[in-house]
Design a protein around this ligand. Structure first.
Ligand code: NDP
Length: 253
């Protein structure tokens, strides 16, 4: 059975929800990466207490400040990670941070703020970490693509599927995830020459603050993340530029 074998992984929005559970399972799993960069916007604040407790137990977990809407913060995080990696590349970048605004009426502000976090955020994070992803790909002895070699995972949502959408609720969120899907596809085409795998993943309806804000979720965060990590371990170049769910099943665009 294939296992995720990345030496270095970075996750955005890792102080709670799916991001925090990703860090927990990576740190406590069988194949611990050497470097687990757990990024969040307020590492010293009360919302990062659980993450700080986790990092205190696992040497490989490094907490780094990164607000995906602030270019200077993203650049500073990339510089810190470059220094930590001591000349080696970054194997896996998980663009997990996201927001959902539940409004009765969308406005210019709700639309632009959601787009800024859910689409522009992943775009600038990828731009700033691209040299490290390319380095990881170049230094790998393996041909082809995998999440153990060099990959970008964009945490999307089935809400971004134009085929599947049936309730016009949280329109700014749905539009932002459809745009994130397009960004993922474009990146997969751009980075094919660098052998960097790019994929959009729907985590399921998960019991997190966000998931619970819209009803009773179907999946525990532990289960969703376990399945996502299993799915990531099995991806190859044929999957780059696709949209899959937590179990690896294709989601229609
Ligand atoms: P949560 O609301 O529980 O957590 C969101 C995380 O994103 C928090 O850590 C939050 O940090 C962080 N974040 C928000 N804005 C920024 C920013 N500007 N910079 C850095 N971090 C930021 O959400 P989930 O864990 O449920 O969701 C994770 C991802 O999965 C999201 O992209 C979401 O859209 C997607 N998803 C979730 C589903 C679900 O059912 N839960 C379903 C489909 C998709 P802070 O504490 O500072 O606010």
């Amino acid at each position: 059975m294939e296992v995720l074998n990345a030496r270095s992984i970075l996750v955005t929005g890792s102080n709670r929800g799916i991001g925090l559970e990703l860090i927990r399972q990576l740190a406590e799993g069988r194949n611990q990466p050497e470097w687990i960069f757990a990024t969040c916007r307020d590492p010293d604040g009360p919302r990062a207490q659980e993450l700080r407790n986790l990092a205190a137990k696992h040497q490989g977990v490094k907490i780094i400040q990164l607000d995906t809407t602030d270019l200077s913060s993203v650049k500073a995080a990339a510089a810190t990670v470059t220094e930590e990696l001591k000349g080696t590349g970054l194997n896996l970048l998980v663009n997990n941070a996201g927001i959902l605004m539940l409004n009765t009426q969308e406005t210019q502000k709700t639309m632009s703020e959601t787009y800024e976090t859910n689409v522009i955020g992943p775009m600038i994070v990828i731009q700033e970490f691209l040299p490290l992803l390319k380095k990881a790909s170049q230094e790998s002895p393996h041909k082809g693509m995998s999440c153990s070699k060099a990959a970008i995972v964009n945490m999307s949502s089935i809400g971004g599927s134009i085929t599947r959408v049936n309730i016009p609720k949280a329109v700014s969120y749905l539009c932002s995830k459809a745009a994130l899907n397009m960004l993922t596809k474009c990146q997969s085409l751009e980075f094919v020459k660098d052998e960097i795998l790019c994929i959009a993943v729907h985590p399921g309806w998960v019991e997190t603050d966000m998931g619970k804000s819209v009803g009773q979720p179907q999946l525990t965060v532990e289960f969703s993340v376990k399945e996502i990590l299993n799915t990531l371990a099995h991806l190859s170049e044929k999957d780059s530029g696709t949209f899959v769910d937590w179990e690896g099943k294709i989601v229609p665009w």
